[in-house]
Design a protein around this ligand. Structure first.
Ligand code: AMP
Ligand code: GLY
Length: 430
């Protein structure tokens, strides 16, 4: 099978690594790809949002399956666009992608399907929104309706923070049209967990849980990032809770999508808040998570491409997945300063050494080749993934790997996995 993968981050490197192991694969093409992916796939410099450019490549290369990493192409309607030429895309069409691209739409759907989620109201006027916040009090959560690269949410702890967030959205228009509508919702407490599932529209397979670490600094402090690390499985999601996620979240969601004639084949990612055994949905995404994928997929023993093909052709019931009982833990190595300003272009050393070590995987994100040497080229540079039969072992392997990589201004969090790891089992190698 000739497969095209879209994207160029750590998630896509991990997907490329797994797909390239499939006996079904004839050739993997990646647009645009990255340094790590270039040793697994043929990378072509087409932007992920250039749907016409991507279609041209897909036609030329006789692509038989398209796997989309990031949300933007799905929100733009790549599925619908490619369907006109008969090229299957693993993921929802533009309508289904609204689950991620419009928070208002997603909240209204959750409410219509009785999916547990924080109480909310939608506003298009700053004054009305501010009055609502004054009435509700703080803490309160303010969300831009549209896609904002993960930066559109403010958990406001003071009235001042809330009014600045509203002013930024409505008056300064920092997120442009994505902030035309604003969701204001009650602030929930608890522990966050990501639960990803694959569906063919009828059946659903829930993947092992994972926990992202979104804050830049240790102890979940500092600004939100694209993710500084992850571990899987997430102990907070007990077997009973997983059953509740199926019954209270995924099944009603699938029924709701079907009722609206939305043919959804792909990944549904539920970001959940769990508090004393009670779960609420914070958000849905319509794609694999980053960095959750980097800790979930290495635990999959079955063929990922077979799963993707089965889901895309409505035959998910034929598939049963095998998983290792291993744990996996990912530490993101970032450029110092990220998510604010940072410098790039620094040489990365240690990649050759780490490649030979068992139970360690490296997925590239912000790297580039410069005179045939790998240099830093983004905020999140590398994902170091350790595996092991216990969380402690996965944690130790990952941080041992972290100690092997060097570049100027290297920054990483030393507490990935600590929510699940007793303090007696912690160490750090740097
Ligand atoms: P979202 O993009 O909607 O997942 O929001 C990004 C982050 O904001 C989440 O991962 C949470 O940490 C936080 N968040 C979102 N909604 C809420 C909420 N209702 N209560 C508390 N925190 C929230
Ligand atoms: N890890 C968060 C996301 O993929 O959106």
């Amino acid at each position: 099978m000739r497969v095209m993968l879209i994207g160029g981050g750590g998630r896509e490197h991990c997907l490329a690594w797994k797909i390239s192991q499939s006996p079904l694969l004839e050739e993997l093409i990646c647009c645009p790809g990255n340094v790590g992916i270039s040793s697994l796939a043929r990378c072509l410099p087409v932007k992920e949002t250039d749907l016409d450019g991507l279609l041209e490549v897909a036609l030329q290369e006789k692509i038989e399956m398209v796997v989309v990493g990031p949300e933007a192409p799905l929100a733009l309607g790549i599925k619908d666009h490619f369907a006109e030429k008969g090229i299957p895309v693993f993921g929802p069409g533009r309508e289904g992608a609204k689950l991620e691209s419009s928070k208002t739409w997603a909240k209204d759907l959750m409410s219509a399907c009785s999916i547990p989620t924080a109480a909310y109201a939608v506003f298009q006027e700053e004054k009305e929104a501010l009055n609502y916040v004054k009435k509700k009090g703080v803490p309160i959560v303010i969300k831009a309706d549209g896609l904002a690269a993960g930066k559109g949410v403010t958990v406001a702890k003071s009235m001042e923070e809330a009014s600045i967030a509203l002013h930024n959205l409505f008056t300064k228009k920092v997120f442009g049209d994505a902030g035309k509508k604003v969701v204001i919702e009650d602030c929930l407490e608890g522990e966050e967990v990501s639960v990803l599932a694959v569906t063919d529209g009828k059946d659903i397979i829930i993947l092992p849980s994972a926990q992202d670490h979104k804050a830049a600094w240790e102890g979940d402090k500092g600004p939100n990032t694209g993710g500084m690390g992850a571990d899987s499985p997430a102990p907070v999601l007990s077997k009973e809770l997983e059953q509740q996620v199926r019954e209270q979240v995924f099944l009603p969601l699938l029924a709701g999508l079907e009722q609206r004639n939305i043919d959804y084949k792909g990944v549904i990612y539920a970001g959940l808040m769990v508090n004393k055994g009670i779960l609420n949905v914070l958000e849905f995404n319509v794609r694999f998570g980053d960095p959750e994928t980097q800790v979930i997929i290495p635990r999959l023993q079955s063929d990922l491409l077979e799963l993707i093909v089965a889901a895309s052709s409505g035959k998910l019931s034929d598939v049963s997945l095998r998983w290792t009982s291993d744990h996996a833990l990912c530490v993101v190595l970032a450029s110092g300063g990220y998510p604010a300003e940072y410098k790039t272009g620094y040489p990365v050393s240690g990649l050759e050494t780490i490649r030979k070590v068992e139970k360690l995987l490296v997925f590239h994100a912000g790297t580039a080749f410069e005179k045939e040497k790998v240099v830093t080229a983004g905020g999140r540079v590398l994902n170091i993934v350790g595996t092991g039969s216990t969380l402690k072992e996965a944690y130790q392997n990952a941080y041992r790997g972290v100690g092997m990589i060097h570049f100027q201004d290297l920054y990483f969090r030393r507490d990935i996995g600590f929510k699940a790891l007793p303090s007696s089992e912690r160490m750090c190698s740097k």
